[in-house]
Design a protein around this ligand. Structure first.
Ligand SMILES: O=P(O)(O)OP(=O)(O)OP(=O)(O)OC[C@H]1O[C@@H](n2cnc3c(O)ncnc32)[C@H](O)[C@@H]1O
Ligand SMILES: [Mg+2]
Length: 174
């Protein structure tokens, strides 16, 4: 079975591999555009980015499953939430979606994102580390390393794969 991942980000690729336990799987990563802004500004836009990537990955990679993972932010009365959404696309079913853990970004970071900067470079600047988005992620920095971006995406991926297995089982029993 071929699983096509719509990103070259190593944190995302590791998380996808963590969530599939079967042997004989082939993982292919393709740089698939999200079709939304580089910095999505709502749950809705972030979900659309994840679904677009999953559907395109499935099509371009000619596999059995396409995965799209997308990071974004969502404004609330309490401040700016960081959100992450994932989508799993497979032939003959509607894309399945799942959300990742969320928390409020410090205002000092949120102000810069609101003014148009992407969270990735803002985090590098804030943490004085390069490529935070490919490693611990904002979640790793702000949880003191207790949860990193791979952990967060792995949890999200398990919610996707679990729903997919349940759906397949339900269809088989019909
Ligand atoms: O290569 P791709 O797959 O695009 O991976 P990415 O790291 O750019 O991730 P997203 O496009 O999903 O995220 C949208 C923006 O938010 C940033 N971002 C999201 N989550 C982050 C995190 O945990 N740490 C740092 N930056 C993050 C990211 O760098 C982008 O600027
Ligand atoms: Mg990106």
């Amino acid at each position: 079975m071929k699983i096509i991942i719509g990103s070259k980000n190593p944190a995302k690729i590791t998380a996808v591999k963590n969530a599939f336990s079967e042997k004989e799987l082939e993982f292919i990563s393709l740089d698939i555009p999200s079709g939304v802004n580089a910095q999505p500004f709502s749950d809705e836009e972030t979900i659309n980015g994840a679904v677009n990537r999953a559907v395109e990955a499935l099509k371009k990679g000619k596999g059995e499953i396409g995965i799209g993972l997308e990071g974004g932010v969502q404004e609330t009365k309490r401040g700016m939430l960081i959100c992450n959404w994932g989508a799993l696309a497979a032939n003959d079913i509607e894309p399945i979606i799942a959300g990742g853990a969320r928390f409020i970004l410090p205002e000092e970071v949120a102000i810069r994102v609101r003014s148009g900067e992407e969270l990735g470079p803002v985090m590098d600047d804030y943490a004085k580390i390069q490529n935070v988005r490919k490693h611990e992620g904002a979640i790793g920095i702000f949880t003191n390393g207790l949860i990193n971006r791979v952990d967060m995406f792995t949890h999200l991926m398990n919610i996707l794969v679990g729903q997919y297995q349940y759906k397949k089982k339900s269809l088989e029993n019909q």
